[in-house]
Design a protein around this ligand. Structure first.
Ligand code: FES
Length: 110
């Protein structure tokens, strides 16, 4: 297990739908709150330099602020061009109010 603490749930509390960017080990992660569920993906868009943590949540999708392509947050699958390649996502674990991921357990996007 390669456990990485991302942040506390209280740090993603700007509303029912919120994002936050967390940098750990020189990698930027985007953390999403969708109601009472939390998700973590890589922050960088696969189409270009867009920061997904600065994007707009639309339903269960994140819209990249650069060219408005979209990804399905729970799976990382691209849902709207110009994005065609999935983003890396990880299963989120909660330990009390701590959000963490296991870097050895990335989801496969399949
Ligand atoms: S950089 Fe994200 S859609 Fe182009």
């Amino acid at each position: 297990m390669n456990r990485l603490a991302i942040c506390c749930t209280a740090e993603v509390d700007d509303g029912e739908f919120a994002t936050r960017i967390v940098a750990e080990n020189n990698v930027a992660y985007a953390v999403y709150r969708l109601g009472d569920r939390y998700y973590v993906s890589i922050d960088l868009c696969t189409h270009g330099p867009g920061s997904l943590g600065e994007g707009l949540i639309v339903g269960e999708e994140i819209e990249c602020p650069f060219h408005q392509g979209r990804f399905h947050i729970p799976t990382g699958k691209p849902t709207l061009p110009p994005c065609t390649d999935p983003i890396q996502v990880w299963s989120v674990h909660l330990d009390g109010d701590q959000i963490w991921i296991d870097l050895d357990e990335p989801q496969t996007n399949s």
